[in-house]
Design a protein around this ligand. Structure first.
Ligand code: GLU
Length: 475
């Protein structure tokens, strides 16, 4: 595999233990944008080493979510479990060079050690009991773990592209396990080896991994000493997303999986991408930034240092913006299955320019479109019924008579005709349009009344009005 050669290589490395959540999607997006901005590569690594918790379903959900968001990768995904031999090989190199050592401490011994540390109110960590000790004769042949010999004096400094300079005393970092007694690699080792072998130059991830960076760097530096070609990557640890209450975003805050934003909330991918971009990254006070512009503008400098708060209202506003911008045919396709009635796709598409001016999500669009596909007889909402009281019905009857005589079924002709009628009756146009809307749509909100008349057509419009007039009772 490649080593760092000057081109930017980033990666998204999800653990497939659940759906693609918003935080993960944003991390993927930042990696993607950064690589695209620099003309580099972005890679995908599925960190499936936690075999008990990793599922194929989660892998599929993550791939599906990324695909929906338009976050594409430049190579086939790397599966971490498939690389266990290579991870072990690196552990053995570290062992040979003396940068790692065999630890024969048993689980019971380690438990006693932790109990003592707990009692003495000391931090729980491996005390280094096998660090400078060769295996004694009776230990030979017994199971052992391989531990990294981390520096115990001095400090490690990371110039994080988001967090700035972060310093940790090396004494804080214990000699953690690289290879378990059964020979399987630990997550910490796997990440470092994979990042190197995939040629990653920039590690952009959640700041919950900042501590890990201080544990991962000693492996990188030891390997660089041993064989060269293991440069420090640039780290960029992005603050996590919080809910409106300031707590870390979790299920408690409602939808966290990208799929539920698509399926349940009817969000367009470009709206979510724009929202996630702005969640933690800023370019002045610009809110609406499309994909191409985002690629052109994205830089790690623009990533904020403090956690960002998730704001559903902002997301919905952006969604409204992107719905208005979206192609009508595409919208009709997305909206059709959300309408609980058989749909005429052409009609839906023709109605879209009017419908989309007033919707913030796909369900609102579906709701707004429903009237087009109702079949007589249909019920009216309570509010619509109220508009068809006695006066309302009288006006509707007059409108009916007028429209029946109307052969030029176009917006200008219908508009002129009803305006003239309103003047004759000395009424505002609204007084005629309201009962008409109630009869035509069964509701009180819809696109402009003339658009409704055109979309429904002459025959259907007259039939709907007639049905209402023939209807017994108040409406
Ligand atoms: N697999 C880790 C996660 O899903 C990310 C590890 C990394 O980016 O280094 O949180």
């Amino acid at each position: 595999m490649a080593s760092n050669s000057g081109t930017v290589v980033t990666r998204f490395a999800p653990s497939p233990t659940g759906f693609l959540h918003l935080g993960g999607a944003r991390t993927a997006l930042f990696n993607w944008l950064f690589a695209r901005h620099h003309g580099g590569k972005v890679l995908l690594r599925i960190e499936d080493t936690d075999i008990k918790r990793s599922t194929q379903e989660a892998i599929d959900a993550i791939l599906d979510g990324l695909d929906w968001l338009g976050i594409t990768f430049d190579e086939e995904p790397v599966f971490q479990t498939a690389r266990a031999d290579r991870h072990a090989e690196v552990a053995r190199k570290l062992l040979e060079s003396g940068d790692a050592y065999k630890c024969y401490a048993t689980a019971e011994e380690l438990e006693v050690m932790r109990a003592e540390q707990r009692a003495a109110k000391q931090p729980l960590r491996y005390g280094g009991r096998w660090r400078d000790r060769a295996a004694e004769a009776e230990e030979e042949g017994k199971p052992y773990t391989v531990r990294l010999k981390t520096p115990d004096t001095g400090e490690t400094v990371i110039e994080d592209a988001v967090q700035g300079r972060v310093t940790v005393a090396n004494s804080e970092i214990d000699d953690y396990i690289l290879l378990r007694a059964d020979g399987t690699p630990t997550y910490m080792l796997a990440v470092v080896v994979d990042d190197h072998d995939m040629g990653c130059t920039h590690i952009i991830r959640g700041d919950d991994h900042l501590n890990n960076a201080f544990r991962q760097l000693p492996i990188i530096r030891a390997m660089d000493r041993i064989e060269g070609g293991w440069p420090d990557p640039v780290y960029a640890h992005v603050p996590l997303i919080h809910g409106a209450d300031g707590a870390k975003l979790s299920k408690r805050h409602g939808a966290v999986g990208v799929d539920s934003y698509r399926d349940e909330l009817g969000i367009l991918p470009e709206a979510l991408v724009n929202y996630l971009l702005r969640l933690g990254w800023a370019h002045g006070d610009r809110e609406e930034i499309g994909r191409d512009e985002a690629i052109a503008l994205f830089s790690l400098d623009g990533v904020g240092k403090s956690p960002s708060r998730f704001d559903l209202k902002k997301l919905m506003n952006l969604n409204g913006h992107y719905i208005r911008e979206a192609d009508d045919q595409r919208l009709a396709k997305l909206v059709a299955p959300r309408i609980g009635l058989p749909v005429d796709k052409d009609l839906l598409q023709r109605a879209m320019p009017e419908l989309k001016t007033r919707a913030k999500d796909l369900d609102e669009l579906a709701e707004g479109a429903e009237f087009l596909f109702k079949k007589l007889p249909f019920d009216l909402t309570d509010k619509a019924e109220k508009l068809l009281d006695e006066t309302g019905k009288q006006r509707l009857a007059a409108v009916h008579a007028r429209l029946e005589g109307e052969n030029d079924w176009t917006i200008p002709a219908l508009e002129a005709s009803l305006k003239e009628m309103a003047e004759e009756l000395e009424l505002g146009l609204g007084k005629l349009a309201q009962p008409l809307r109630a009869a035509l749509t069964g509701t009180t909100t819809s696109p402009g009344i003339f658009d409704v008349l055109i979309l429904l057509g002459r025959a259907e419009s007259l039939a709907r009005i007639h049905a209402r007039l023939a209807h017994d009772g108040p409406a």
